[in-house]
Structures are given as C-alpha cells and as structure tokens.
Design a protein around this ligand. Structure first.
Ligand code: BGC
Length: 740
C-alpha cells in the first residue's frame, strides 16, 4: 500500500478502531493451546473490544493463524489484518543454543544464520514479528533472564543483537521467510537490584549510556522494526511511562522510528509501581511517552476516549501511534497478503529439516565452553577400548532447550544418549540416570510438578556407582533444570542442585576420571565441580541437536568452541560480577588476608573463570603486543586521530588443529572520570594447524576510546592507553600508547 493510502485508511478509522489497533492480546483468547507468558485471568476484554484489536501474541501454526486472521479481518470494519507476534528466542521448532550460549560462540555470523533459519520456520508458521533480540546487558547471574542475553559485555551484545536483527529481517521484512525483529527490553531491564526479576533499576546516566544503551542502539542501527519497553523502573520512572527515555533517548538520539510496544501488562503495572493512579492515567503516561501498542493491559482501551474528552491528549497523538502500527503492517506486506508466509506444507518441510538441524548442531558445539581439561582427558580417542559410563539426569533427558523454547514434541530432541549411540556406536558406553533433578518435591515455574522418590534415588545411585566403578571414565551430565532459568526465575543459590552434587561426590569416590558436562542458563559456582572433575564443560541449553553436539565434542569430531560471555564467580555473594569494573583506590591483588583493601575478607577478589575464558583441545601462545602506525612503523602514539594497529603472533603449540578466540581489550589509564580496567573492543576466531603461527592484527581507532567525560560529552581524552591482546579478559599481555 502506498503511504497516501495508509494515511487515507487512518483518516477513515473511527476512534474505537484506532484504539483497537493499539492493543495486543494473548493468543489464549483465541486458542486454548496458545502459549501463556504472563497473567491472563485479570484480563477482561469485551467482544467488541476484541473484534477491533490490532495484534495477537504467543500463537503460531500456519493453519491456525490463517483461520484467526480470516475471522478477525471479517470482524474488523476496515478488514485490517492482525499482526502476529511470538517469542522466537533461540529457534522456532529447530532449537539452537539459548542466547547466552550464542554469546559464548563469539560468532555473530553464526547468530545471524541461526536467526535467519528461525525466521524461515516462524514465518512459515504464520508469525510476523519475533520478540527478539534481547539486548539487555547482564551482570548479575541471580537474574533468571541472563540466559536470554548474550552476556556481560555491551560490545559483544551489540554485535550479536545486530546480527540477529539482520538474520530475522534480511533486506526487506516483506520478503519470504522474514520476520520483523523487536529489540527488548528498553531499557536496562538487566540491571535489576539484587538480580530480582521485575525489580528496580538505579543507574547513573553515564553507566546507562556507556554500558547499557549501546547494544540496543546497535540493534536499532541494524534496522530493527520494533522496540519493547521494559518492566522495570529506571531511576524511579517505569519505562513504559518514561518520556525522557522513549522520546528523547530512543526516538531523538537513537533515531528509532519504528513501533514501540510495551512489555506484557507493563502499562497497567505502572499502577502497581505507584506511578499512575488508575488505568486512565497509566494510558495517558504511556501514550505521552510514545508507547504505540499496549501488550496485555487495557489502559488504552479503557482510558484514551476519556482522556481525549478531558483534553489531556489529542487525537493526533493517537493517530501517530496508529500510523506506526499501520506502517509496520504495511512493511510486512499484510495489506496485500494478510497471511504473509503462513503455509502448512512449508512449515512441515522447513521445521527440523536436515539443513536446520546441521546449523543447530554446529552452533551448539561452538557454544560449549571447556573450563578444565586436566591430563588432557578430552577429547576421548575413538577406538581406545576404554569403557565410558554416561551418568546423570541430563543423560537421557530431552529437556535441554531452555525455558523460552516450545518444541511441539520432545521426540525431536536428540538426547545425549541418542547422540552417543548414533555417533559412537563402536564404543563401550553404558547409560545411567544416576539421580533425580532435585532432592525434594519441586514445583517448577511452568507448573510442572517433580515429585521426589527416595527409593528411586537409592536405586539410581547404586546403579550409577556400580557402573562408575567398572568404567575407565565417567561422563557426568548434570546442571540446572531449564525451568530454573528465564523469566521469573531469579535465584539466590547459583549451584547445581544438591541431589546432583551428591551424585558427583559419590561417583568421584569410586572413579575420579570424571568429565562433567554442565547444563546451565547462568554462571554457577563451579569450584567443587572443578575440584572433583578432570574436565568441566559448560554446554548451556544446546537445543534440538544436544546429543549429537555433545557426543561429537567428547570424542573429538568437533572442538568445543565457546568462551564465557559472563564471568563465573567463586560465590553467588560476589554478584554483580563482571570484568570491566573500575579500579579502586585500594586495589586488591587477588589474595586473601590483605588489610584495608577493596573486596571481602573471606573471598579472593577474583572470578573462578573470567569473561572470555575457555580452553581448546590444543594450546596457543601469544607474542607480546606490537603497535604500528598506518605505514607499518612501530609506534607508541596515536596522533591526530590516526588509526593504529595492534598485533600479536599467535602460535598453536599443541598437537591438534584448533581455533583460538583472540580478544582485544582497550584501557584508558587516566581520565576526567574513572575508566573501566579494560573493555573488549575486538575479537577474532583463528584456526591453526599444530605448530603453525599467524599474525593477528586489530585496528584501533580514536572512536574506540571515547566515553562520557566529566561534562557528559562523548569524547576521547589525550593520555596513556593500553591495548591488551590475549585469550580472556584477565590477560596481562599489553602494550601502551599515548593518545595525542
Ligand atoms: C517478557 C517479554 C516477552 C513477552 C511476550 C514478557 O513477559 O518480558 O520478554 O517478549 O512477555 O511473551
């Protein structure tokens, strides 16, 4: 439709129709099988209101959505199509690693391909918009939603979020197999106090701008069509009513001109926050902040007319939002084809096709982070005749896909057992569940009830111990339950559940050749696991191809390719915990018993495994860092904003081919405000044959050294800087230069 026609359509709508376009309702109102991601009972909508709504969320399936589209368009007086939105977070039917696992790949091109594949499946299933990427910076592993982020570093998050947007949207969202992307949760949802979901966020404007906003901005620059508001208050103001944040920062400064949608019920929740006294006022605050569509609360539906009559808002304000909704529908081509790509046959053909499974498998292996590998126990040698006991509640469980994944059938998931049976059919492997997930009855957040059986616990343990005694080595598959992660899953304890730790301790008493495979959606305390295991590998929640990826990595057909996208602490009490902190006036040297220094008296001020950390199956060495100018001459200066280069020689000193994730960090040593100890500004994955070396070079620009100075101007300041190049964020391999 031409813009002129859109404007005419808008002019022809009644006020009720306009208000209807601004409301998004849950698919549960149309279909009892639909996913419910929030509270539904309070939502009382009349049939008349329902007939005019502009969008439906959390529902999919080509046939189902075509039918709903037909019914809705028949009722809508101007036959305006619905726009269908869904959380396609880490795959639709073919599920790939949770976003934190994708962060671990340090491979934005892979995230882009995965998003593209998810878009193809989702679009064929009738979906138009995905509520992804989540660009929230996360620094506190107690928050359940760290799993949905790509980690603690805003530079990495920005690259990953932008890649996902490109993957979903392609060149044109109207094209076949494309979805519009919705960046969320604007802003700083990941900064909740104490890691408690839905709690307060207090941030200085400098930290907000420097650390939290950049990743959203990258996603917006990549062309994301939608932005979602966050649930939290930011410096005392709920995001959905934060005019400064939405109008000045998002629209004016970041130049976002797409559709702004609230999070689930977030406009109505401003009443609970004590920011609005009733639905009418909440509607006023949200509209004035520029929220175009209200997800699952009825403040616009119940308030806008009254506000108009009272002269508190104008019809132009409503029109502006309705126009944005219509523009998005038009950009998706829905006025010409309201079903877009919904096609049951294609949905069947695309979902879980071989090509998609292969991509998911590669991504899973690339996300696995090898934390320990004592005596080079990994990879196992094919055909060495050694007996392996595969033990643990994840050994045969299909629940390996994270809390935002909804496969139609768990049979599509390749369990570890199935993967090993298929890929290592010649190996002597025995299989044992070993333990239940928890040591008591447990109600999971999705309502599922796991009842604990004490007798069964004894049987499982006895069977596992007998097998472990017999075997040459044990692979122990343990971890968090997927329902301990995601939304509304904040925790104070960051440990593998006690029942499974008990299993590890007992097994270790009879066989200490243990490879522990850890499933998790967040950093955990792994100190004891490290001590009791020869190898430790974090596999996050890998998705559909879990078993194939794990078995191939264990037996060396694939390398574990991941690096930690979040620091793993010694103790949960260290939260929040991240590498790019500030230097203290009383520096801590990382040992205990120092008097009067920053830190704790009962815990060294270090992380167990820092951001960027991860081993390969081979070893790499780094030369010292060299800095050269644009003529290739060694220098110790960056003059007149010239680009300089920092390089190292990387050598594979081991005896296997391997891929190193070379990381470049910058530090500004003195400033008008205190600067972080270092900040990631580049990385490269380099594959090398044993004994071979490569020159790895990064360009350093003056822009990379900019920050909000004492006057809140975004500038660089002359002075001494460092460039670090190494294998993780604790690297000490640096060279200095002066910015002149
Ligand atoms: C979550 C969003 C999600 C939305 C729709 C909310 O509860 O915070 O991330 O996109 O539900 O399902």
């Amino acid at each position: 439709m031409k813009d002129e026609q859109l404007r005419e359509l808008l002019a022809d709508l009644t006020l009720d129709e306009k208000i209807g376009q601004l409301l998004q309702v849950a698919g549960g109102l149309y279909d009892t099988d639909a996913l419910v991601t929030g509270m539904l009972d309070y939502f009382k909508i009349t049939d008349e209101e329902l007939a005019l709504t502009g969008s439906v969320l959390s529902i999919s399936g080509a046939e189902k959505l075509k039918k709903i589209q037909d019914e809705c368009m028949a009722k809508q007086p101007h036959h305006i199509p619905q726009i269908f939105m869904l959380d396609i977070i880490n795959g639709f039917e073919t599920i790939y690693p949770v976003p934190l696992g994708q962060g671990a790949t340090f491979h934005p091109e892979s995230a882009e391909k995965l998003a593209e594949m998810a878009a193809k499946e989702g679009a064929a299933a009738g979906v138009h918009v995905t509520f992804s990427p989540m660009a929230d910076l996360v620094r506190d592993a107690r928050w359940g939603r760290v799993m949905e982020s790509t980690g603690e570093d805003s530079y990495l998050n920005g690259l990953m979020s932008a890649a996902m947007v490109r993957g979903y949207q392609g060149e044109n969202v109207a094209d076949k197999g494309r979805l519009a992307a919705c960046v969320k949760h604007f802003a700083a949802y990941g900064g909740a106090e104490g890691g408690r979901d839905y709690d307060t966020v207090e941030l200085s404007e400098r930290t907000l701008r420097e650390e939290y906003l950049p990743a959203y901005k990258e996603a917006i620059n990549a062309g994301a069509k939608l932005v979602m508001t966050s649930f939290n208050t930011l410096n005392h103001v709920p995001s959905s009513g934060n005019r400064w944040l939405m109008k000045q920062v998002l629209r004016e400064e970041m130049g976002f001109d797409g559709m702004l949608i609230s999070d689930y019920g977030a406009v109505g929740e401003m009443i609970n926050h004590g920011f609005a006294k009733d639905e009418v006022q909440a509607g006023e605050l949200a509209l004035k902040a520029g929220v175009d569509m209200e997800m699952m609360s009825l403040c616009y539906a119940h308030g806008l007319k009254q506000l108009l009559e009272q002269g508190k808002i104008t019809e132009e304000m409503i029109d502006e939002s309705v126009y944005r909704v219509l523009v998005l529908k038009n950009e998706l081509g829905l006025f010409e084809n309201p079903y877009k790509d919904a096609d049951a046959a294609e949905e069947r053909a695309l979902c879980l096709c071989d090509e998609h499974r292969q991509l998911a498998m590669e991504a899973a292996a690339e996300s696995f982070v090898l934390l320990e590998n004592k005596e080079q126990i990994l990879p196992f040698t094919v055909g060495d005749g050694k007996k392996t006991a595969l033990i643990g509640p994840f050994m045969e469980s299909p629940k390996v896909y994270g809390s935002w994944s909804f496969p139609h059938d768990d049979d599509s998931i390749v369990t570890i057992r199935q993967g090993v049976e298929k890929n290592q059919s010649g190996e002597p492997v025995s299989y044992h569940r070993g333990s239940q997930f928890f040591s008591a009855d447990k109600k999971l957040k999705n309502g599922e009830y796991l009842s604990y059986d004490a007798l069964l616990a004894e049987e499982l343990l006895a069977d596992a111990l007998a097998a472990a005694k017999e075997a040459d080595r044990v692979v122990l598959c343990i971890g968090e339950h997927p329902q301990q992660t995601g939304e509304a899953a904040s925790q104070t304890v960051l440990q593998v559940p006690e029942e499974q730790m008990k299993l590890l301790r007992k097994v270790q008493e009879v066989n200490d050749n243990i490879v522990t495979v850890v499933f998790t959606g967040r950093p955990l305390e792994l100190k004891e696991i490290k001590e009791l295991s020869k190898a430790v590998m974090v596999v996050w929640f890998p998705g559909t191809e879990c078993g194939n990826a794990v078995s191939k990595v264990l037996w060396g057909a694939k390398e574990p390719g991941g690096r930690l996208p979040m620091s793993f602490p010694y103790s949960a009490a260290q939260m929040p915990c991240y590498y790019n902190r500030f230097r203290s006036g009383r520096p801590n040297n990382g040992t205990l018993n120092q008097a009067y220094v920053m830190g704790y008296i009962d815990q060294i001020d270090r992380m167990l495994y820092p951001f960027g950390y991860g081993k390969t199956y081979t070893e790499f060495s780094y030369s010292p860092v060299r800095i050269t100018d644009s003529n290739g001459v060694e220098t110790k200066e960056m003059r007149d904003k010239q680009v300089i280069k920092a390089s190292v020689t990387l050598t594979n000193t081991g005896n296997r081919v391997g891929t190193e994730t070379v990381q470049m960090y910058l530090a500004d040593l003195f400033g008008s405000v205190v600067r972080p100890v270092k900040q990631l500004r580049g990385f490269r994955k380099v594959a090398l044959q044993p004994g071979k070396s490569a020159e790895v070079t990064f360009e350093i620009t003056e822009e990379m050294l900019r920050f909000y100075n004492i006057d809140m101007d975004f500038v660089s300041e002359p002075g001494d800087c460092r460039v670090y190049i190494g294998s993780d964020s604790m690297t000490d391999n640096f060279a200095e230069f002066e910015l002149i």
